[in-house]
Design a protein around this ligand. Structure first.
Ligand SMILES: C[S@@+](CC[C@H](N)C(=O)[O-])C[C@H]1O[C@@H](n2cnc3c(N)ncnc32)[C@H](O)[C@@H]1O
Length: 247
């Protein structure tokens, strides 16, 4: 069973994207979209792609400034929830507190100031590693917390330039949580010693992306908190890197 199709993760991600913040840590999908918007200042903002968009907050946030944004995710349930928000403007989810106890919560796009953005987004169930030919020439691609969930991140990074405009921007954020349940060890980008030296996921990303991209700013930390129950939270620090397509 894909965990991203379960009630449990649907509720967690709805709360993570649209619910209250915890321990003073701001909304991660909105913060990532904010960094993308800064990077796009003075550039064409016709279309953007949000790969591994989950329930869609970054997709909606990017549509504040892009003419068209497509959110893509493998999870049918996540895309259904994102589409319900787009078409109805509201959605409900269950937030567990303890065992079967919990609260029913409502999300409203209007309350997040995203009602107008809804007209400029579309959501699609698709594999980020096998996108259709219609995905060409995007000005920005954002991949949030995706690369450490892929079976073959090397193949994704080697081909993602094909979906960008000639000078398009690729933004990747990830806590580099390497788990064999998602990525076989043989496909890890880093997180091991090579020739006796530590070789990180960022080192591996540079090695692959250097064929088509240059790193355009220093990596930044973007923290986030995902609430599991009333008394259990995941506090994670993702690293965000921005790359410009150069060939
Ligand atoms: C860790 S979650 C991150 C979601 C969202 N970007 C965020 O930061 O909240 C990973 C997401 O990637 C999706 N995903 C995993 N593999 C994928 C693939 N090959 N193509 C598209 N989406 C994928 C999962 O369904 C899940 O929604």
């Amino acid at each position: 069973m894909n965990p991203y199709e379960t009630d449990e993760l649907l509720g967690q991600y709805m709360a993570f994207h649209y619910g209250e913040s915890h321990f003073g840590v701001g909304n991660y999908p909105a913060r990532c979209a904010g960094v993308c918007q800064e990077l796009m200042a003075g550039r064409e903002k016709r279309s953007a792609l949000d790969l591994g968009c989950a329930v869609g907050r970054t997709t909606f946030e990017l549509a504040r400034v892009f003419e068209q944004v497509t959110g893509v995710d493998l999870s049918r349930r996540f895309i259904e929830a994102a589409n319900q928000l787009k078409t109805q403007g509201i959605s409900e989810y269950f937030q567990p507190d303890e065992g079967d106890l919990g609260t029913s919560c409502q999300v409203s796009l209007a309350e997040s100031g995203l009602a107008n953005a809804a007209q400029r987004v579309r959501f699609e169930v698709a594999d980020a590693c096998n996108l259709s030919g219609e995905h060409r020439g995007h000005d920005l691609i954002f991949a949030g917390n995706l690369i450490d969930r892929l079976q073959d991140p090397r193949s994704f990074l080697s081909s993602v330039h094909q979906h960008l405009a000639d000078d398009g921007i690729l933004v990747i954020s990830s806590p580099y949580t390497l788990l064999e349940a998602y990525t076989p060890r043989s496909a890890w980008l880093g997180g091991f010693r090579r020739n006796g030296q530590p070789f990180t996921v960022l080192d591996g990303m540079k090695e692959i992306l250097n064929s088509h991209f240059e790193l355009i700013r220093e990596p930044v930390d973007v923290p986030f908190v995902i609430r599991e129950t009333r008394r259990k939270f995941q506090h994670t620090i993702a690293e965000l890197t921005a790359w410009q397509r150069i060939r």
